[in-house]
Design a protein around this ligand. Structure first.
Ligand code: SAM
Ligand code: SF4
Length: 499
């Protein structure tokens, strides 16, 4: 994947393979130690927090040295071939520790585990346990099986599991921003994509457990939450009658609802809660806590959602709206279920309803049968919209996907790469153009911490998700909001001073 100067955290290249550490629990000498590293999208990083939560109940602490671990987990991504190659290479590095510590448990979690299932155990002899994204509650049992000398696997996908009742343990947290998973799986079946096969059917999480998690984060001092789902606009929750008389997320736990704009009857009555309503509920948790979300799908994003964003000061004016291609024929082959015109109409609606809204996108070059003219249409759409940021990929055929079954991967690799370079070059210009538009403006920035490059600067993000760098000021600390006058820019980073 190639991305430029990208501030968004939904797929953070700098975090790939990061070992996640639970800082808040003491490391008692006899505690078993978990080393967990994550690859891929924000959802995987969020899932690793669920895994840590489940294992901490079993007395595990975390370590950032895999040589010290009793259990090593890799939470994997299958979205492109190179994501899988990266994991295979990483596994090789664990061989030496396994040789020295025969009791060490090595597990593969997430999308690659789900895609390859027991084949993984056959192909990678080092691996003891393979666990799909809906089976994390079974981890203590699976680890016990391995401790008893067996290989263990659970790759069952669920139609219900949302881990709603689990309070994820925040790993590597800056104490300021956190992810909240609002749904799992995907029903869209974009022809290039492996996600529906690795993460199963779409299901929405009980909104009251989402609000409870947001309130817990607020009470712990967090200032920003990002609501996560593969297609957040299709969030829909209609209560099961049972959920109001018993168990997690039932009426007994809806005290939080009274502190939001959700009237108590809603959610209990006939009207399901959609994404616009959920956004409103989360925004009402605290005016001081920013709300972001990812990812929106062009076919589903409604004016109601846009109006909700426009209405609430603390819902950020930033939408990630992946287009994938600017050509309607290719979009059809991709089964994206919208056309170029539809996408541009959605952009128009965003600009009308939220006049100052940043928009980013995902783009794939070299999808099956893509001609030079099709590619030019992607460039012209990009040039027209001028995205703030973009994640850009060349098409990687994934086994078992509809595209792999139906179409030949017929664009030569060098052509894919050349097209990718062209879209990157154009995106760089757009990002620079958008950043330049911010010159002389005052941005409200949430301070995240010291800049990576200089201890005398802070870094934080603007409402529009731009990374902003500015000199440290004595009375300002991470977690504060400050107004920064923008005086300079790089390609996409804004540089200024507090005013
Ligand atoms: N659900 C989100 C959506 O529909 O936009 C994101 C899904 S995926 C994790 C993130 C991005 O990976 C997609 O938007 C797409 O651009 C890219 N992607 C998915 N499958 C791919 C493939 N086979 N080859 C190249 N890029 C791919
Ligand atoms: Fe994959 Fe499409 Fe679902 Fe996104 S919406 S996860 S690209 S199938």
């Amino acid at each position: 994947m190639l991305e430029i100067d990208l501030p968004s955290k939904q797929h953070d290249e700098s975090r790939q393979g990061e070992a996640l550490i639970l800082e808040s629990k003491s490391n008692l000498p006899n505690q078993r130690k978990l080393y967990i590293e994550s690859y891929g999208c924000a959802m995987n990083f969020s899932d690793s927090e669920i895994v840590a939560s489940i294992l901490s109940e079993q007395g595990f602490s975390t370590t950032n040295e895999y040589e010290d671990a009793d259990v090593i987990f890799i939470n994997t991504c299958s979205i492109r071939e190179n994501a899988e190659t990266r994991v295979r290479n990483r596994l090789k590095q664990f061989r030496a520790v396994k040789r020295q510590n025969k009791d060490l448990v090595i597990g593969v979690l997430g999308c690659m585990a789900e895609r390859l299932k027991s084949k993984f155990l056959e192909e990678e002899k080092l691996v003891d346990v393979v666990v799909g994204p809906d089976a994390y509650r079974d981890l203590p049992n699976l680890i016990a099986q391995v401790n008893d000398g067996h290989k263990a696997i659970n790759v069952l996908l669920s139609r219900e599991e949302t881990y709603a009742d689990l309070s994820p343990i925040r790993l590597n947290s800056n104490g300021i921003s956190a992810f909240i998973s609002i749904m799992r799986g995907c029903d869209n079946m974009c022809s290039f994509c492996v996600v529906p096969f690795t993460r199963g059917r779409e299901r929405s999480r009980d909104p009251f457990s989402i609000i409870r998690e947001a309130e817990e984060l607020r009470d712990a001092g967090y200032k920003e939450v990002t609501l996560l789902g593969q297609n957040v606009d299709s969030y829909k929750w209609k209560p099961h009658p049972r959920s109001f008389s018993e168990g997690e997320g039932g009426a007994g736990e809806t005290t939080s609802a009274s502190s939001t704009s959700l009237s108590f009857g809603e959610g209990r009555g006939e009207a399901p809660i959609n994404f616009a309503k959920l956004l409103e509920m989360v925004a009402a948790v605290s005016p001081d806590m920013r709300v972001r979300f990812s990812t929106s799908h062009p076919k589903d994003i409604t004016n109601e959602v846009l109006e909700t964003i426009a209405k609430h000061e603390n819902i950020c004016n930033y939408i990630h709206l992946p287009v994938q291609s600017g050509n309607s024929r290719i979009l059809d082959l991709m089964n994206r279920t919208y056309t170029r015109e539809w996408y541009l109409d959605r952009i128009k609606a965003i600009r009308e309803i939220i006049p100052d809204c940043a928009i980013s996108s995902d783009i794939i070059t070299g999808f099956c049968t893509e001609t030079e003219e099709d590619h030019q249409e992607t460039l012209s759409l990009m040039d027209f919209v001028k995205f703030e940021f973009a994640y850009m990929y060349s098409y990687s055929e994934r086994p078992g996907t509809p595209a792999a079954k139906k179409f030949a991967d017929d664009v030569p690799e060098d052509v894919k790469q050349r097209r990718l370079e062209e879209i990157i070059a154009l995106q760089q210009k757009s990002s620079h153009f958008r950043a330049q538009n911010r010159l002389g403006k005052i941005e409200k920035v949430l301070v995240e911490g010291l800049s990576k490059k200089s201890k005398s600067d802070y870094s934080g993000r603007s409402d529009h998700n731009h990374m902003v760098i500015f000199p440290v000021k004595e009375d300002v600390k991470p977690g504060d909001y400050v107004n920064v006058l923008i005086e300079k820019t790089t390609t996409a980073t804004l540089i200024g001073r507090i005013v």
